[in-house]
Design a protein around this ligand. Structure first.
Ligand SMILES: *Cc1c(COP(=O)(O)O)cnc(C)c1O
Length: 371
């Protein structure tokens, strides 16, 4: 039996060990721990990578979202529209600035925010939309931009799962007013701890964000606003500078692995494989299938030491943390149905054809038994 991890960060570290160790050592020898050259270099490179004018390195994806809302002066009394099918950090950031998350169901086909749902959720308190490029596929940004323009709303992209994704040639993180990224270790681009980044084409917003992430100061000890400490760590930036050079190749490997899964799973009628929309460059942060007997399938795979996962088992509106929003079971039927049937298969750039075939053969064994 072959044990197959959900992600394999060890192989990646082994492949890059010399470069990463040397780069970290240099930060330590120069004792350049806070901001400095590694952070500036990373910001420059990541701005280029995402086709954005500016990039601001911050402490996490959650902080990127929180700072994006703050810099747009969104707060108490304001509503921000986002999707019920996401990681909870998207809505936590909205709550953190004192605004109210207004949730929308997800699209039947690709799991991103439902465009018609956005239109219905708009009120005169709505200030912004946070589409999430979930699993690595951009949300329907053309339609979302039209709605935002018509109603005078900001767009903050949650691109925490979409480093390098694009739609009609436009990069995730550069569609809206502000793009937010996470470098949590398991993301397509991950550090060795927490980290994040904000991208924008607006110089004024970029300048304010640089102050907000550093105690609201423009010059040391002179504070023009009540900022916080939300900086990207220099050691993380050093690691990210090494890894960013490989990201395009890694995304390509993820796409190839996803294509092989889809091909091998195509003859199992109970399984729904992911849809990539026309014009979308999906980066497969996650490869998510659906199966009506998901829980049994997951248990079966774990018994075979195939470590699949669920992203996410409980939609935002059914989380205990959000009972105050007054949603209930039935509020978002598609998101709820999918929460019970989705399954994320092992996927990482270094996954081998043999490992993919083993995962599929275990799934086939299960499906043959179930019929
Ligand atoms: C990972 C993630 C975040 C949060 O990023 P952290 O760096 O863990 O704070 C936010 N939104 C989505 C969709 C994510 O996947």
């Amino acid at each position: 039996m072959m044990s197959i991890p959900f992600v394999d960060l060890k192989t990646q570290y082994q492949n890059l060990k010399e470069d990463i160790n040397q780069r970290m050592q240099s930060v330590m020898e120069n004792t350049a721990f806070i901001l400095g050259d590694e952070v500036s270099l990373f910001e420059k490179k990541f701005a280029e990578f995402t086709q954005s004018k500016h990039c601001i390195g911050v402490s996490s994806g959650t902080d990127a979202l929180q700072l994006a809302l703050r810099v747009l002066e969104i707060g108490p009394g304001d509503e921000v529209i986002t999707v019920a099918n996401t990681f909870i950090a998207t809505s936590l950031a909205i709550s953190y600035v004192g605004a109210t998350p207004v949730l929308v169901d997800c699209d039947k086909e690709d799991y991103t925010i439902d465009v018609e749902g956005i239109k219905k959720a708009i009120t005169d308190k709505t200030k912004a939309i946070i589409p999430v490029h979930l699993y690595g596929q951009p949300a329907r940004m053309k339609e979302i931009k039209e709605i935002a323009t018509e109603h005078g709303l900001y767009i903050i992209e949650d691109a925490c799962q979409a480093h390098g994704a694009s739609l009609d040639g436009i990069s995730a993180g550069s569609f809206g007013d502000i793009g937010c990224f996470s470098f949590y270790p398991g993301k397509n681009l991950g550090g060795y701890g927490d980290g994040g980044a904000i991208t924008t084409n607006d110089e004024h917003i970029a300048e304010k964000l640089r102050m907000l992430r550093e105690y609201g100061q423009k010059k040391k000890y002179y504070h023009s606003s009540k900022g916080m400490n939300n900086r990207l760590d220099a050691l993380q930036a050093a690691i990210l500078n090494v890894k960013l050079d490989h990201l395009a190749d890694w995304n390509e490997s993820r796409r190839k692995a996803a294509a092989l899964y889809t091909e091998l799973l195509s003859d199992i009628p109970q399984i729904e494989t992911p849809h990539t929309r026309e014009g979308a460059e999906h980066v497969f942060h996650l490869y998510v299938i659906r199966h009506p007997e998901r829980d049994k399938l997951l248990t079966y795979l774990h018994e075979k030491e195939v470590y699949a996962g669920i992203h996410y088992p409980v939609p935002i509106h059914l989380q205990e943390a959000y009972v105050d929003l007054d949603y209930h079971k039935g509020s978002f039927p598609i998101t709820e149905a999918y929460a019970d049937t989705i399954l994320s298969l092992p996927l990482f750039p270094e996954i081998t054809e043999e490992q993919i075939k083993e995962v599929v053969s275990c799934i086939k064994e299960f499906c043959a038994k179930e019929v």
